[in-house]
Ligand binder design. Structure first.
Ligand SMILES: *Cc1c(COP(=O)(O)O)cnc(C)c1O
Length: 229
């Protein structure tokens, strides 16, 4: 994917969504997987309700946001107006936002340090809400990126369970932008498998078909659906 300075495209999309859906169906067929084994998360970050509503109207119900504050501003009105919406937090989480995150999101893909585990455990208990949790792996070991190093993943996943009582469903990764993603997806899948985790959040607009071939259960697709940000 290339970065551009184009103005955000708003209010387009049913066709783009259909094209992404067709590509998911094709990749599932090639991987001999059931279409139902892959959840499409439409990443609506930076887009306002007027761009999101056509995608909801086209049938999409699972959406991803990367900022708690932004999601809190635009989603409550939409989730009360439309039934069956699920929201996934795919961006970094600060401990002081854990309360709002647990209240708003159905899944959190960015569990990546003990302080977040502690804050989530407290909120899950006090709110009695149980968002699905993914541990983020810094699969390319990039210094500027969030996530647990692959070599520390097994111990961290065990500590989520043993020290904080959290149920981890799977792993999330964002491969380095300048490298072919397949080896990173494969390593993420291997770490998940040896830890008994069934869900894999991997693949974005540029590489979701490859991710599906390598076992992704959740693909996070933004610009291919909503246009450039
Ligand atoms: C923005 C974002 C995406 C979607 O990226 P696209 O390339 O627009 O599909 C996926 N995952 C994360 C973590 C993101 O922040």
């Amino acid at each position: 994917m290339t970065e551009t300075n184009a103005a955000p495209v708003t209010g387009h999309s049913p066709n783009a969504l259909a094209a992404v859906e067709a590509e998911i169906v094709r990749a599932c067929k090639e991987a001999r997987r059931d279409r139902a084994s892959v959840t499409l998360i439409a990443v609506s970050k930076t887009f306002a309700a007027d761009a999101i509503i056509p995608v909801i109207d086209a049938g999409q119900r699972v959406f991803g946001e990367n900022r708690v504050q932004e999601a809190k501003g635009k989603w409550p009105a939409l989730t009360s107006a439309y039934s069956g919406i699920a929201l996934h937090l795919i961006g970094p989480l600060q401990s002081n936002k854990a309360k709002e995150a647990v209240a708003l999101f159905d899944a959190i893909h960015s569990v990546d340090r003990p302080s977040i585990c502690q804050a989530l455990a407290k909120e899950i208990e006090s709110q009695n809400r149980h968002p699905e949790l993914f541990v983020q792996i810094n699969i390319g070991e990039e210094p500027q990126k969030a996530g647990i190093a692959p070599g520390e993943a097994d111990a961290f996943i065990a500590s989520c369970r043993d020290s904080y009582g959290l149920t981890i469903s799977g792993l999330m990764c964002i491969p380095p932008v300048d490298e072919p993603p397949a080896a990173h997806f494969a390593l993420t899948a291997k770490i998940a498998e040896r830890n008994g985790l069934k869900k894999l959040s991997m693949g974005m607009s540029a590489d979701f078909a490859t991710a599906i071939m390598l076992g992704a259960t959740h693909v996070r697709v933004g610009s291919a659906i909503f246009g450039h940000r």
